[in-house]
Design a protein around this ligand. Sequence first.
Ligand code: BGC
Length: 766
Amino acid sequence: MKNIRLHLTAPILLLLSMLMFTTSCDTTEAGTQSDARVSRSSDSPVRFTELRHPEKVDSVLALMTMEEKVGQLNLLSSGFAETGPVLSEEYRDMIFESKLGGVFNAHTVEHTLELQRIAVEETRLGIPLLFAFDVIHGHRTIFPVPLAESATWDPGLIKKASRISAKEASAAGLHWTFTPMIDISPDPRWGRIVESHGEDPLLNSRFGVARIEGFQGEDLYDVTTIMATAKHFAAYGVPEAGRDYNTVDISERTLREVHLPPFKAAVDAGVRTFMTAFNEYDGVPATGSDFLFNRILRDEWGFDGFVVTDYTAIMEMMPHGYARDEAHAAELSINANVDMDMMSQIFLNELPGLVEQGIVKEEQVDMAVARILDMKFDLGLFDDPYRYSDYDRETETIMREDFLEFALEVAQKSIVLLKNEDQTLPLSKDTGHIAVIGPLGDNQYDLLGSWSAAGEWTDNVTLLQGIRNAVPENTRVSYTEGAKLDLHDDSQAGFDEALQLARQADVVIMALGEGRHMSGEAASRTNIDLPGAQQELLEAIHETGTPVVLVLMAGRPLDIRWADEHIPAIVNAWYLGTRSGDAIASVLFGDHNPGGKLTISWPYNVGQIPNYYYAKKTGRPIDPDQRYTSKFIDAPNAPLYPFGYGLSYTSYEYDNLRLSESEIGNTGRLTVSVDVTNTGDRTGDEIVQMYTRKMVASVTQPVRQLRDFTRITLEPGQTETVTFDLEAGQLQYLDQQLEPVLEPGTVRVYVGPNVAETLEASFEVR
Ligand code: BGC
């Protein structure tokens, strides 16, 4: 490390000395000067955002040739083999030629130092590279997948988990993570639902902000913090049929009311970067969308960071049928104030020619470069380009003992107990023989879930191991796989052994679900049942008569109608990361009382999808006795488990819902209070939820909207009064002209343990 600092060579020193006295250079050897903040013309698409380091940025810009500028807009992925990073000769050459502004998937101190050294010491200007990575739910210490983390309903917890991830990632040389994904999805067929925080706008806003605050910290200059990315802008979570990358066609009202609030919250929280979405919205691919990026993100919200495309998304505007050719695609994107091109290399190749021909304004390119340089200054990379790549810090930080302990806590709090008939759970640790059966029972690999950054599956504690860690030596714990974790393998070859074991055992713990690559990107399903022969295996084991506990692991809700009817206890364990097995075992044996709740309505079957809780009532609300009402004739309307649902080993009673006002003005506020009592005999966490409904409005309103929530811990017999503030502003909706309003009339308030079991009260808006 020290050696490298001493080797800072001419280019960077020249640059740094220029910064000392330059505020607006107009003559340099490179020539192409422009002040990105000053020159404006009325017909220009350029959005001149405020920079954090305007003088410094201008002085660097003034030194740059057009080729060097477009190099800054180019982001490529580093090759990363199983055994570590690969630096191909092609990359090396591109860095030497100043054709890269950043590299993603490059991590570890060793790799980032090597790349940074070339950028800083071997190029004319020595501008440092940005290193990015998809640190989604952990860097090396892997936390539960985001959908699971959202089931904690505890953004503070996830902020802390993100802080830990930032510490690990920054110690591995990284400056930037492509998280949070705050795409709202009510569609479990869509594989990326695993990366979301469920179907609700408020939850996605709160968790998105928590992640941003966790990663970016108070000050981006602090070497333990890294930039976050709000992605994917916008409406990526509602592709038709749940098929990834597919067309999105929703109204501007739905876009603004449901899908945009988390992104607005991200801007307000100071997120430094945005990522475009792959999909089109209203006929225009997001990556070239003037409406999304110029009008909404820059003009309405005043976002001052930079926008990166998703992977090859500029190029994809051609197959979309929107861009004629690469030059046209570059023009459309840069004019939408999209700043950095991930993987297409179209900005690099096309922008110099477009500027030359006068098709794209040079100040448009300058503005994009300026935004990126601004962040490099913010991160302190011009002060010391190697400050994030520190061998000692890397060794001390990665997988720290306290990080692993915290990963266990998050994993425990993410678990949702879906069913527990006759108090089947918790199990006694002295159960004579526990049989663990199923392809996820002793599986380390899949516990990582989708996007596991630098996570290594060999670090993971399996369910079998977790159970063995928890029980005394004289408890027999046996295991067999029973069925394959494969969508296309129905083999029952393992059934006999599984049945034999089940017959001998006192209790069977069945570990069933999906493999980690069955959800995530490009992993949409038309069926959400248990893959392969797992359903048949479950039914066969149930037939033995030995009590069965089902532990589900998956990145989405699965169709478990049969299990819900026949299996007495069901624990939804998602993918919980490094400490999975310990967390699940602590719930199975009652060392941890589960308190997680669903952030998505769990569908009864695939045909119900989408089945989100904030639906409208319709003119013919369901009536089981009336044929011509809005309902299915072969399935209920209600989901299998409602939004906000989750059980505990104790029980809670809600009482005495009261409002501080019976009437408020349309700028007023009131408080909503309820008494919650732990009526069981164990300490537990309860997630108290508040919803509202505006009964009549000039635009029909959803039957429920989540307005606030809190996770509290109650001792047996303890009562706590939970009070929520409710402001008129929170209740606004868009009128027929898409203007925010709150019209006079009745608002009903609902408070309870989930959306379907609530106490009610009402107040009037004057
Ligand atoms: C995903 C992004 C991700 C990017 C870089 C894309 O395929 O859609 O979410 O950040 O790859 O890995």
